[in-house]
Design a protein around this ligand. Structure first.
Ligand SMILES: Cc1cc2nc3c(=O)[nH]c(=O)nc-3n(C[C@H](O)[C@H](O)[C@H](O)COP(=O)(O)OP(=O)(O)OC[C@H]3O[C@@H](n4cnc5c(N)ncnc54)[C@H](O)[C@@H]3O)c2cc1C
Length: 397
């Protein structure tokens, strides 16, 4: 195979693709990361890195830089917006498990930017993949560039091309699950909201049957996430009137808050039926999507890569059977995605929105019990920090 352009081609320069490139490159593997955009995305997306992800990013030599750019958030609070009742959890209790017993609030574009600087010319911007042909011993990736169409060959391809993955569609892999019948509105502001809200910390999940709200502090701004009716026109959701309503509800008084961003998006719970088709492997949002309650999306994408990079490195070294190793990647990551990440993110959303009749009280009682009992609290912290999913993955043959 002398005509290969790389051992592994990675499609997509989001968190999954950039970290895949970094990890494999650090093992001496020749990689190419192809990104459709002329630049990496810098829009408002994920901003939470959990402890096991930070352990991994440290191992890749990028942890300290992210730590400098992020905000450590050991504590998070579950607040009942109706009663003001507050249940606090403290990730510092996991100090025996991790050098990072906290969430690092750090915008995803900082991670991809830091990774891109390390990848250098192994990252190709303006390379939009249009399809791939999988032959017996290599994959040919078809790419559209400003200079014309080109073909690039590699032994394996990792499809990290996001929710609308071209490669997942080209392979005909079903993306089973559902889309929530509502919109999500995300607002960000540099206003010092903490001055009006002494009961908050840097990560706050505020439950309410009418309008739950997530209030997260990222280094550059506070982020507010609320649900909205599917029938509400986007122009209405993005209006000043809506923005003023959200902040008045949060602060308990009218306030002229200036926003940096206002974004509307739809949220899905979906898992690809297969993660591996021949020499093409799905990872990150191309393989799974979940709601943002708990901050699992980007972390799960990076946990896919950690798992997959070990197996691809072994395959390229000629250690172990390729089909068996990739089959194990699919079983481990797909099972954990369904059993843990889908289930927990759905549960976290229900905890935010249940009405009293539906059991907000019982959910609150459950959280209160978890907070007050040391064994339950540890279990809860291990689940929310994703250590439980990492441990479960290792149990799967
Ligand atoms: C609006 C929004 C808000 C979000 N908020 C949160 C949040 O608050 N918390 C959370 O945990 N998660 C959130 N997420 C999800 C989180 O951003 C993703 O889980 C994470 O980005 C997954 O990384 P990824 O690399 O798999 O995919 P992506 O980040 O989507 O990256 C895919 C990359 O592939 C590129 N690409 C696509 N098609 C091609 C092609 N054909 N050829 C070459 N390149 C291609 C894209 O340009 C993109 O750069 C949000 C997502 C969105 C869209």
């Amino acid at each position: 195979m002398t005509d290969l352009h790389a051992d592994i081609i990675i499609v997509g320069g989001g968190p999954a693709g950039i970290v895949a490139g970094l990890d494999l490159m650090s093992r001496g593997i020749d990689v190419l990361v192809l990104e459709a955009g002329a630049d990496l995305a810098t829009d408002l997306r994920a901003s939470t890195l959990h402890a096991p992800t930070l352990d991994y990013l440290d191992m890749l030599g990028i942890g300290k830089e992210l730590d400098r750019m992020g905000l450590r958030a050991p504590e998070y609070r579950f607040i009942n917006r109706r009663t003001g009742a507050c249940i606090a959890f403290d990730l510092s209790e996991l100090a025996d498990m991790s050098a990072h017993p906290y969430r690092l609030q750090c915008e995803q574009w900082k991670l991809t930017g830091a990774g891109a600087r390390r990848l250098g010319d192994r990252l190709r911007l303006g390379h939009r993949v249009t399809g791939a042909t999988d032959a017996a011993d290599a994959v040919t990736v078809h790419v559209a560039t400003d200079a014309g169409d080109i073909d690039l060959r590699a032994r394996y391809v990792i499809a990290c091309d996001g929710a609308n993955s071209v490669l997942r569609r080209a392979l005909g892999v079903a993306f089973d699950g559902f889309t929530y019948e509502e919109k999500f509105l995300c607002l960000s502001t540099e206003a010092p909201l903490e001055r009006d809200l002494p009961g908050i910390c840097n990560v706050n999940y505020m439950a309410d049957p009418d309008e739950w709200l997530v209030l997260l502090r990222a280094p550059t701004a506070w982020r507010v996430l609320v649900p909205a009716s599917i029938d509400a026109p986007d122009a209405e959701l993005l209006s000043d009137a809506r923005k003023d309503g959200v902040f008045a509800g949060l602060l308990g008084r009218p306030a002229a808050i200036t926003t940096l961003h206002r974004t509307i998006y739809r949220v899905h719970q979906r898992v690809a039926q297969r993660y591996v088709v021949g020499r093409i492997i799905l990872a990150g949002d191309a393989a799974h999507l979940n709601n943002p309650l708990g901050g699992f999306g980007m972390n799960a994408a990076l946990h896919d890569i950690r798992n997959l990079a070990d197996k691809l490195a072994a395959i390229l070294r000629g250690v172990g059977d390729a089909a068996a190793l990739l089959g194990r990647y699919e079983r481990q990551r797909r099972t954990v995605m369904q059993e843990f990440i889908q289930a927990q993110s759905i549960r976290n959303k229900r905890a935010m929105e249940m009405s009293k009749e539906d059991g907000l009280d019982s959910m609150e009682s459950e959280l209160r019990l978890a907070a007050s009992d040391p064994a339950r609290r540890r279990d809860y912290l291990l689940r929310q920090s994703m250590y439980r999913s990492v441990a479960r993955e290792q149990e799967i043959a």
